[in-house]
Design a protein around this ligand. Sequence first.
Ligand SMILES: Cc1cc2nc3c(=O)[nH]c(=O)nc-3n(C[C@H](O)[C@H](O)[C@H](O)COP(=O)(O)OP(=O)(O)OC[C@H]3O[C@@H](n4cnc5c(N)ncnc54)[C@H](O)[C@@H]3O)c2cc1C
Length: 278
Amino acid sequence: MAHCISLEAEKILDKQFKVLDKGFIRLVDYMGTDERIVQSARVSYGKGTKTVREDAGLIDYLLRNKHTSPFEQVIFTFHIKLPIFVARQWIRHRTARLNEISGRYSVLKNEFYVPSADDLAFQSSDNKQGRADTAIPKELQEEILSSLQKQQGDAYEAYTALLDKNIARELALINLPLSTYTEWYWQIDLHNLFHFLKLRMDAHAQKEIRDYAEVLFEICKTVTPLACESFERHQLGGVNFSKDELEALQNLLAGKDTGLSEKDLNRLNEKLKTGRQL
Ligand SMILES: Cc1cc2nc3c(=O)[nH]c(=O)nc-3n(C[C@H](O)[C@H](O)[C@H](O)COP(=O)(O)OP(=O)(O)OC[C@H]3O[C@@H](n4cnc5c(N)ncnc54)[C@H](O)[C@@H]3O)c2cc1C
């Protein structure tokens, strides 16, 4: 039969998976499973599913060789609740379809993201887009959290005061902060979801969007476990080497000097040690 159902995915349909303090991800629907990837890849031969082992091998081959179109045959629809500053990063992924709650139509809820004390961090000195590892003193944590909450409370009070004066909802909201929660339906195919996950599960991505990406990946595993395994092996857990780096590694294996400058060699070492794309 061409219609595909995953029993694991059926079990979690409509279940809310909590993310951050007030957000969630819910799998609303899906179309296709690992089986659909295999069906569509084999369409030219007129053959359907074989054994799980053969299917796994085919999926792994397709992913490893970037034969991506069969992965576009699997579609996910998620309902996601997320702070606006996360949504701004998320929306940069253009290869998806979405519909967001309208603050022009509805009154927005008094819901704002407040980081946990452990997630508060100083600015990193070596990564301009990152956080430092140094611990924040407890008194400072408390001061920051209460200041964030006060600003959010004040902003919401000002918002409702404008609504009480019958000011248009689309104007009343303009001073609400980026920590305000929004909601959307987000639909994406598996190929583009993997692209999103590769970028947003990476250590360079901001912690808050990474938390969402990690939950998305767990949900995705219930629909396409074999494809997720291959994705983890070849894309998530792998790194690319430049031509120079490849030559350096070949030289090393042949017992020769790498031929790299000290700076490039350090970067290659770091890449090999951490498994991160640098
Ligand atoms: C750690 C991190 C830091 C970032 N920092 C910044 C930042 O400081 N400022 C900022 O503005 N953005 C930033 N971004 C966003 C980033 O530049 C991308 O916009 C975002 O990751 C989406 O990637 P994408 O375009 O590949 O994805 P998608 O939009 O999903 O596109 C997928 C692929 O489709 C193709 N594609 C889609 N649309 C087009 C098009 N119109 N023309 C040609 N090809 C297209 C491309 O091959 C693309 O890779 C950051 C992203 C990350 C992960």
